[in-house]
Design a binder for this molecule. Structure first.
Ligand SMILES: *Cc1c(COP(=O)(O)O)cnc(C)c1O
Length: 565
């Protein structure tokens, strides 16, 4: 086994490293998991830190009226993670809170190991309230969240030191939740030099070590906490480091904290980098476009096909470009196998009545209102007419709404009601409990991947990248990664190609109109009457998008631009 002499610490509030470890809510966690696995493939000396979220990100089911019901997932931590026996402490409101570090090892096929540490305060020596601090991902109120961020940022640094990681040269904050780590690094420096007041040099020394990836294109989405809360929770020593530059209107803004203390800052797609540069005009913001890890998201049938035609695609994801020479029939056959698995699953789970020969459209992601899962139902009469005159199609949905997001919960309910409204005309299924396994099944099993966020809200989006790897083209609003990935009629289709210019975005009726036009005049005719052209698009999705929108390329860019320029 190769030893990983860890130089980079990667912090993320959520990490989706394994479908059975429910410590992720969506794209941020999936990205973290794929990043870590690709870093191991590339032998990048990294360790990751997150919280254990003992209650998981809930188990979802629906009542008779289609209303989401949530249950905690009581996963058995020690079935998956090993106790490092290492402990650290943080102070919350003057109380000492003990932290345990669990470890999960990601071992690449080349033998390289990356440790992932899951921090846990559920120890008998802590009070009942403190024990629950690492229970719920994105649960509770802002006080609870801030305590979680203290454990992640400050506790995370202390745990890494206690574990013996003394050669850390870079600290990567995947979103602002971990940005309190910067204050701990500052404090370490003062302690080492026996000082109590920090000097400009100290800040510069911390900046040299820190990297920040922002994921949120709207100001309201950034984590902020009232200063009285911050001062109450933090011990005085940390609070003294919080200066005016990172406080706005009496609140500590975690994004500004991370921005202030990072030498390299990036958005997660070109467009998102641009938006972030406008939002944070006094900072230098670059962009590194997200990716997904092909080995993790390619269906079994496509993995076999790639093994046959592109040996080495796992080691070298760029070589997926050679998918261009895979014969059409073989692409189609591999896709039919993946599709069959999804259709059977949907029929078995929710009695979907799906037909394997019908064009299948997929939509799955967190049910946040800006993702507009119901845009496709904007004009139900027109949709009916397309199904009647243009060709049959069926639509499969999945996604969880945050338990406190009533709009998201109602959005799901409306979609589930559509199943009854459109029964016999357009088969519709809403699959419960969206997770990594279901994500893989859906992105590989549908014929077209639909994406309808309200621009410019989608920082990147990644599920369309998973689809592309499986030869599934996207029909998407021009936002996030799709601005870079869409070549009209070649890798998929744009909903309103002009939609990403500020003035024109976000008109629901126009966006839906464009969606219908593409479906009726481009997609259905190709699918039913020009299959060979349709398969050509599938092949381009793999060759042009799968070969680029992957975490192997992305991690290489982080190494060159952010970690060791
Ligand atoms: C890929 C994935 C996501 C992220 O999808 P986006 O398109 O980036 O929103 C969220 N949840 C699960 C379970 C996934 O597999």
């Amino acid at each position: 086994m190769l030893t990983n002499n860890v130089k980079i610490a990667y912090f993320s509030m959520e990490i989706g490293i394994d479908a059975e470890i429910p410590t992720y809510a969506g794209g941020l966690g999936i990205l973290a998991g794929d990043t870590i696995r690709s870093a191991a493939d590339l032998k990048v000396p990294l360790a990751a830190v997150t919280l254990v979220h003992r209650k998981g990100y809930f188990f979802q089911h629906f009542d008779g009226s289609g209303r989401q019901q949530e249950e905690p997932v009581n996963w058995v931590v020690d079935d998956f993670l090993t106790d490092t026996e290492i402990r650290a402490k943080v102070t919350l409101e003057g109380r000492e809170v003990h932290i345990r570090a669990w470890k999960y090892e990601v071992t690449a096929s080349n033998g390289f190991v990356i440790p992932v540490y899951f921090l846990d305060t559920d120890l008998p020596e802590n009070s009942p309230w403190d024990r629950a601090v690492t229970h719920y991902l994105y649960g509770g109120d802002s006080h609870y969240r801030f305590c979680q961020e203290v454990v992640l940022g400050i506790g995370g640094i202390r745990i890494l030191r206690a574990l013996g990681h003394q050669n850390l040269r870079r600290f990567h904050m995947n979103e602002g939740h971990a940005s309190l780590l910067t204050l701990e690094l500052l404090q370490e420096r003062l302690n080492q030099e026996g000082r109590t007041e920090n000097e400009p040099d100290d800040m510069e020394a911390v900046r040299k070590q820190c990297v920040f990836t922002t994921h949120t294109p709207v100001p309201a989405g950034h984590d902020q906490f009232p200063l009285d809360l911050v001062n109450r929770v933090l011990a005085d020593r940390e609070a003294c480091c919080i200066t005016d530059s990172i406080c706005h209107e009496g609140r500590l803004n975690m994004t500004f904290l991370a921005l202030t203390f990072s030498h390299y800052i990036n958005g997660v797609a070109k467009k998102h980098g641009e938006i972030s540069r406008h939002m944070f005009a006094s900072y230098d913001v670059d962009s590194i476009t997200n990716g997904v890890r092909p080995q993790s998201w390619v269906s079994e049938s496509f993995a076999k096909l790639f093994d046959l035609h592109i040996p080495g695609w796992r080691q070298d994801n760029f070589s997926l470009r050679y998918a261009l020479s895979i014969p059409e029939e073989e692409i189609w056959e591999a896709h039919q196998k993946s599709k069959r698995l999804l259709i059977d699953y949907a029929n078995r789970e929710v009695n979907a009545g799906f037909d394997k020969d019908i064009l299948t459209i997929g939509f799955a992601r967190r049910a946040a209102p800006y993702k507009r899962a119901d845009l496709v139902f904007e004009d139900v009469e027109r949709l009916r007419k397309i199904a009647r005159d243009g060709g049959k199609f069926q639509i499969v949905f999945a996604g969880k709404a945050h338990p406190q997001n009533q709009d998201g919960i109602e959005l799901i309910q409306r979609i589930i009601k559509m199943k009854t409204t459109l029964i016999d005309e357009i088969p519709i299924a809403y699959l419960p409990n969206y997770d990594m396994n279901l994500g893989k099944l859906m992105t590989a099993g549908v014929d077209v991947w639909l994406n309808t966020p309200l621009p410019p809200m989608e920082a990147s989006g990644t599920s369309g990248m998973k689809a592309a790897l499986n030869g599934v083209p996207s029909l998407s609003v021009m936002d996030g990664w799709w601005i870079e990935g869409c070549i009209e009629g070649v890798t998929g289709w744009a909903i309103r190609a002009d939609g990403h210019t500020q003035q024109k975005s976000g008109d629901r009726a126009k966006d839906a109109g464009s969606l219908y036009t593409k479906l009726e005049h481009s997609i259905l005719p190709l699918f039913y009457a020009n299959r060979s052209r349709f398969i050509e698009i599938m092949r381009h999705a793999i060759a042009l998008n799968g070969s680029f929108f992957n975490t192997q390329r992305m991690v290489q860019q982080y190494v060159l631009k952010a970690y060791f320029p």
